[in-house]
Write a protein that binds this ligand. Structure first.
Ligand SMILES: Nc1ncnc2c1ncn2[C@@H]1O[C@H](COP(=O)(O)OP(=O)(O)O)[C@@H](O)[C@H]1O
Ligand SMILES: [Mg+2]
Length: 325
C-alpha cells in the first residue's frame, strides 16, 4: 500500500465513523469505500521465532471481527506488535472515540500477563486536536522515536502548521502520554503500566477481565465509605503526580478506571509540566475541582480552590509557583 492510498483509506476510515458524512457524500464516497476495501493488507508478518532465532512469515489474523476498514487499521498498527511478540491476538474493541480507539489484546505468553490495552491513535487526530496550543506551551517535544525535537525546520513546520508540522505534533502528543506514563508509573502513581509505544499506538496494562473492561469511575455506584477512601486515593495521586512534574489537565471521573476497589488514572496526552506551562496552575485547579465535584454526591465536602492551592504550595517550588499563583 503506498502512501497516497494509505491516506485515502484512512480518510475513508474517518468517514466511516461519521454517518452524516456517509449520507452527504453518497456515490462518490461509496466508490472510494470500495477502493479502500479492496486494498486491505493481507496481514503477513515476519514473526521472530525464539527457538530457531529466525523471522518466520506468518499471518496475523485477529479474532476481533471488525469492519474491513477497521481490520485494515488493526493489521497496520497492531501487526508490528504481534510480530514483536507483545500481543498474541486482538480480542475486542474496548472503546472507540474521536482521538483514539482502545482494544483489548491477548498478551504474548512471555510477558506473563493475560491482557494488554492497545490505545491506537486515530491518524487524523491532528485535525481534531482541539486547542492544544495551551498544553504545548514550554513543552519539550518528542518525535516518534522519543528523541527530543530541536531542529529549526521542525519548529517552523509546527508554527506554520504545515502537514509535516502536524505529523510532528501528532507524534509529540502520543509521546507525551507515553513519557508521563513511564515517569508516573515509576513514581508509584496509579496509572496503567506502560508496555510499548510505536505505530501510532501505546500498549499498556489492561484494567478489567476477560468478560469486560474496567468501567469509568463516573458509572460506578460506591458506598460512602469507599467513596471517602477513593477520594483520598485520587488526591494522593494528584499530589504525587504534581511532585513528579505532572498536571493531568483533563482529570475527571471519566478518566479514572475502577476495578474491584482498584483505580487507574488514564488518558494523559495533554498532561503538562507545572514548571514550564504558564497555565499549569489553572489546569491543576480545574482537575482538583472536577474530582471534588464528582465526590460531592457522596457527601464529601471539600474546597477545591483552597485544596489546589495547598497542594500546589506544598509541591511546586516557590520561585516558580509565585509566577502562577
Ligand atoms: N488501560 C486500560 N484498560 C482498560 N480500558 C482502558 C484502558 N485505557 C483506556 N481504556 C478505555 O478506553 C477509553 C478511552 O481511553 P482514553 O485514554 O480515555 O482515550 P480518549 O478518552 O482520549 O478516547 C477509556 O474511557 C476506557 O474505557
Ligand atoms: Mg478519556
Amino acid at each position: 500500500m503506498n502512501f497516497t492510498t494509505r491516506e485515502a483509506y484512512l480518510d475513508e476510515l474517518d468517514d466511516e465513523l461519521t454517518a452524516h458524512h456517509l449520507r452527504r457524500k453518497g456515490k462518490r464516497f461509496k466508490k472510494k469505500l470500495v477502493r479502500a476495501q479492496t486494498e486491505v493488507p493481507p496481514g503477513k508478518v515476519a514473526r521472530f521465532d525464539p527457538v530457531t532465532q529466525l523471522g518466520v512469515e506468518t499471518e496475523f489474523n485477529p479474532t476481533f471481527s471488525a469492519s474491513k476498514l477497521e481490520r485494515a487499521w488493526i493489521l497496520e498498527y497492531l501487526g508490528p506488535f504481534y510480530e514483536d511478540h507483545y500481543i498474541a491476538d486482538v480480542l475486542r474493541q474496548v472503546k472507540g472515540g474521536k482521538e483514539a480507539t482502545v482494544y483489548c489484546c491477548q498478551a504474548d505468553e512471555h510477558l506473563g500477563i493475560e491482557f494488554i490495552a492497545a490505545k491506537v491513535y486515530r491518524p487524523k487526530i491532528f485535525r481534531t486536536l482541539k486547542n492544544d496550543a495551551d498544553y504545548r506551551q514550554g513543552r519539550v517535544m518528542y518525535d516518534e522515536e522519543n528523541q527530543v525535537l530541536r531542529g529549526r525546520r521542525e519548529k517552523l513546520a509546527i508554527r506554520k502548521r504545515s502537514e509535516y508540522g502536524q505529523h510532528l505534533l501528532h507524534d509529540a502528543w502520543l509521546a507525551n502520554e507515553y513519557q508521563f506514563l513511564l515517569a508516573l508509573h515509576a513514581a508509584g502513581a496509579d496509572v496503567p503500566k506502560p508496555i510499548a509505544q510505536g505505530n501510532n499506538t501505546i500498549l499498556m496494562e489492561y484494567l478489567g477481565d476477560a468478560t469486560m473492561p474496567a468501567p469509568m469511575l463516573n458509572t460506578v455506584e460506591l458506598s460512602r465509605d469507599e467513596a471517602r477512601a477513593l477520594f483520598d486515593r485520587v488526591m494522593r495521586n494528584v499530589e504525587l503526580m504534581l511532585r513528579h512534574n505532572c498536571v493531568h489537565a483533563d482529570l475527571s471521573a471519566f478518566n479514572i478506571l475502577y476495578w474491584d476497589g482498584d483505580i487507574r488514572i488514564i488518558d494523559l496526552p495533554q498532561a503538562v509540566n507545572p514548571y514550564v506551562n504558564p497555565k499549569a496552575f489553572q489546569m491543576f485547579e480545574r482537575d482538583v475541582t472536577r474530582v471534588c465535584q464528582y465526590f460531592h454526591r457522596y457527601g464529601i465536602d471539600a474546597n477545591p480552590r483552597q485544596l489546589a492551592r495547598e497542594i500546589w504550595r506544598r509541591n511546586v517550588r516557590r520561585d516558580s509557583s509565585e509566577v502562577f499563583l
